[in-house]
Design a binder for this molecule. Structure first.
Ligand code: BGC
Length: 441
C-alpha cells in the first residue's frame, strides 16, 4: 500500500474518530450534566439522543452536498461543524444551548459517516480498498475507546465540559488535513475535470497502465447521464439501494449499540459488582472492539468480505445465544457472570472484524458512481434510524420482554443477516469500483 494513499485515508478517517468519540463520550458526561443542570429523567434521555437526530439530518443531506460541492469540501465542512458543535457544547451556559451544541455535533457525525467512507473508497486502489475503508471503522473504535478512557479519567473532577470539548483537537486536525488533501478522482470525472482526475489517479496508483485502466472504466460508468433521484429508475441502483439499506439496518438491529452504549448496565445485570468494575469492563469492551478491527484490515482484501461476515456473524450468534441462556437463570454470579462477560467480549470482537467495518465498506462500493452520493446517504440514514430505535427501546425491551428474549431476538437477527448476505451481497474483493454489480449477485 502506498504511503500517500494511506495518509489520505487516515486524514479522512478522523471523521470516524470523531463519530466514535462523540457518540461514546456522552455516557460518562451525562451523570455530571444532570447534576449541574438538575435535569429531569426525560431531558436526560433527550440530551443523550439529540445527537442521533442530528446524525439523521446530516446523513440524509450529505450525499447531495457531496455530489454538489465535492467529497473533500464536504469532509472539510464536517470538520467545521464538529468544531462549532463541540465548542458550543463545552462552553454552554444552559441545557438548551447544550442541546443545540449536541445537535450540531450530530450533523457533523451524519456528514462524516456518509462522506468519509465514500471518499476513502473512491481514492483507494482496488486491491487495498477493503483495508482502507476498514481503517475508518478502526478510527470509530479508537474514538469510542478514547471516550471511555477520557470519561473515566475526568470523572473524578466531574469535568464534563472538558469531556465534550476535547473533540476540538481532532476536529482541527481534520479541517487542516482536508485543506491539503486531494479531491476524489471519481468526483473530478463526474464534474468533467478529466485531466485533474487522471493526474490524481496516477498519484494513487503510481502506475500509468493501472491508472489509465481505472480512468477508462470511470469514464464509461459516467456515460449514462442522469441526475438526482432519476438514478433510481435504473433497476441495478434500486437493488443496490435495497441491499445498502438492509445491510445498514441489520448492522444496528443485531444489537451492537446495546453493548457500546449500555455496557455498564448490562455488566451490572450480569452480577459484576460495583459500578466502577462495570465501567472498567466497558473499557475492556472498547479495547476488544479496537483490536479485532485490525483483523478486518489485514484480511478483508485477501479472504474477502463475505467469508469474514459469515465467521463474524456466526460468532455473534453463538455469543448472543450464550448471553440469552445465562440471563435465563434467576441470578447471575460466579461462573455464570464470567460466561456473560466472555460472551459480551466475543460478541463485540466478532462484530469488530465483520459487520462493523464491512457494512460501511459495502455500502461505499455497491452503488454506481452517478448514484453513489445519494445511495450512501439513504443507507446511512437507515443506519442512524436503526441505531436510534435500538438505543431508545433497549431498556424498554429488557423490561417488557425480559433479558433472555431480548438477546435471543438479536441472536436470531444474526442468522437473518447471514441468509441475507448469502442471497443478496456480491463479493467485491479486488474488483474495480465500476465493475461491481449487485444484481445478479
Ligand atoms: C456502527 C456504530 C457502532 C460502532 C461500534 C459502527 O460500525 O455503525 O453504530 O457504535 O461500529 O464500533
Amino acid at each position: 500500500m502506498r504511503a500517500y494513499v494511506l495518509l489520505v485515508a487516515s486524514v479522512a478517517a478522523l471523521g470516524g474518530l470523531l463519530f466514535g468519540y462523540d457518540t461514546g463520550v456522552i455516557s460518562g458526561a451525562i451523570l455530571f450534566i444532570t447534576k449541574d443542570f438538575a435535569l429531569p429523567t426525560r431531558l436526560q434521555a433527550f440530551t443523550i439522543s439529540v445527537v442521533l437526530i442530528g446524525c439523521m439530518l446530516g446523513a440524509v443531506t450529505a450525499g447531495a452536498i457531496a455530489d454538489r460541492i465535492g467529497r473533500r469540501a464536504t469532509l472539510l465542512a464536517a470538520g467545521l461543524v464538529f468544531l462549532v458543535g463541540s465548542v458550543i457544547s463545552a462552553l454552554t451556559p444552559s441545557e438548551i444551548v447544550l442541546l443545540a451544541g449536541r445537535f450540531i455535533v450530530g450533523i457533523g457525525i451524519g456528514f462524516s459517516s456518509v462522506v468519509a467512507p465514500l471518499y476513502i473508497s473512491e481514492v483507494a486502489p482496488a486491491p487495498s480498498r477493503g483495508a482502507l475503508v476498514s481503517l475508518y471503522q478502526f478510527a470509530i473504535t479508537v474514538g469510542i475507546l478514547a471516550a471511555y478512557v477520557i470519561d473515566y479519567a475526568l470523572a473524578g473532577g466531574g469535568a464534563w465540559r472538558w469531556m465534550l470539548g476535547l473533540a476540538v483537537i481532532p476536529s482541527l486536525i481534520l479541517i487542516f488535513g482536508m485543506l491539503v488533501m486531494p479531491e476524489s478522482p471519481r468526483y473530478l470525472f463526474k464534474i468533467a475535470m478529466g485531466d485533474r482526475a487522471r493526474a490524481e489517479l496516477l498519484r494513487i496508483y503510481d502506475d500509468p497502465a493501472a491508472s489509465e485502466r481505472e480512468a477508462e472504466s470511470i469514464a464509461e460508468s459516467l456515460r449514462a447521464k442522469s441526475a438526482g433521484f432519476e438514478v433510481f429508475r435504473n433497476p441495478q441502483v434500486r437493488v443496490a439501494l435495497f441491499v445498502g439499506v438492509s445491510l445498514a439496518v441489520l448492522q444496528q438491529i443485531t444489537g451492537i449499540n446495546t453493548v457500546i452504549y449500555y455496557g455498564p448496565q448490562i455488566f451490572e445485570m450480569a452480577g459484576l459488582g460495583s459500578a466502577s468494575t462495570s465501567i472498567l469492563a466497558q473499557t475492556l469492551v472498547g479495547s476488544v472492539n479496537c483490536a479485532l478491527t485490525l483483523v478486518a484490515i489485514l484480511f478483508v482484501d485477501r479472504i474477502g468480505r463475505k467469508p469474514l461476515l459469515y465467521v463474524g456473524l456466526s460468532g455473534m450468534f453463538v455469543a448472543l445465544s450464550a448471553l440469552a441462556l445465562a440471563f435465563a437463570q434467576a441470578h447471575l454470579s460466579g461462573s455464570l457472570s464470567t460466561i456473560a462477560l466472555v460472551s459480551m467480549m466475543l460478541y463485540v470482537g466478532c462484530f469488530a472484524f465483520s459487520l462493523g467495518p464491512i457494512v460501511w465498506l459495502l455500502i461505499s462500493e455497491i452503488f454506481p458512481l452517478p448514484a453513489r452520493g445519494l445511495g450512501m446517504s439513504l443507507s446511512t440514514l437507515a443506519n442512524w434510524v436503526g441505531n436510534f430505535l435500538v438505543s431508545q427501546f433497549f431498556l424498554t425491551m429488557i423490561e417488557r420482554l425480559g433479558r433472555p428474549v431480548t438477546f435471543g431476538i438479536y441472536a436470531v437477527l444474526c442468522i437473518v443477516t447471514i441468509l441475507f448476505v448469502r442471497a443478496m451481497v456480491p463479493e467485491t474483493k479486488q474488483e474495480l469500483l465500476e465493475e461491481i454489480r449487485v444484481w445478479p449477485a
